[in-house]
Design a protein around this ligand. Structure first.
Ligand code: ATP
Length: 194
């Protein structure tokens, strides 16, 4: 069986960029967030549960997940958001387990923003945290998404503090400089995993 390496980082840390470097090295990466967006449409059992929780309107006339409707419905309703996550997260977990079974490489990577929050690191052989200084992360997301400084900062403040993640991670990539350095650190870490 493949060893699973968890890959995480807060907003704008560079975890997706690192994941792409890992793929360039020939290792498969499972993108949890992207898969979550797919399975809300592909997994009938999950769809049914979401409709029971949020109503039929959670899906549009083409029976596609209505992200805007759901966002508005759970906005300011922590309990409902929690219940929705309690449905989606286990479905992603199962989807990941199915995916892993099909892999043939000795190492596979699971990219997720919530590795430590959901204690998914406990099911991984090792965890990698991508981190960078707050100001650098904010600037990168402003450039990438056109968000304001305050908007990015507000998202960041809701995430698990960096110091807590640093304590939990097995390997840490400091992404404060350029992409060449980031790639170099990534390669060093993955080829050192035994
Ligand atoms: P999110 O959680 O918001 O999706 P992320 O952790 O996946 O963020 P990336 O999308 O990989 O972060 O990186 C954020 C932005 O910063 C991207 O536009 C990326 O191209 C850029 N970036 C990442 N690392 C560097 C770097 N070392 N030098 C320059 N730009 C970088």
């Amino acid at each position: 069986a493949s060893k699973v390496i968890g890959l995480t980082g807060g907003i704008g840390s560079g975890k997706t960029t690192v994941a792409k470097f890992i793929e360039e090295c020939g290792f498969p990466v499972y993108y949890s967030d992207d898969r979550a967006k797919e399975i809300v449409n592909d997994n009938d059992d999950l769809k049914q549960k979401i409709k029971e929780l949020l109503g039929e309107e959670a899906y549009d006339k083409d029976d596609l997940y209505d992200r805007k409707f759901v966002a508005e419905k759970v906005f300011n309703n922590k309990e409902l958001l929690h219940q929705l996550n309690e449905i989606i997260h286990p479905a992603v977990r199962i989807d990941f387990e199915d995916w892993v079974k099909k892999q043939t490489k000795y190492l596979v990577f699971k990219e997720t923003a919530l590795l430590f929050e959901l204690k998914l690191n406990l099911q991984c052989y090792k965890s990698i945290l991508v981190t960078a200084e707050d100001n650098i992360r904010i600037k990168r997301v402003m450039d990438r998404d056109g968000k304001t400084y305050r908007e990015v900062q507000a998202i960041m403040e809701k995430q698990m503090p960096e110091k807590d993640k640093i304590k939990l991670a097995d390997c840490i990539i400091y992404n404060n400089t350029n992409l060449e350095d980031l790639k170099h650190q990534t390669e060093k870490i993955i080829f050192d995993i035994e």
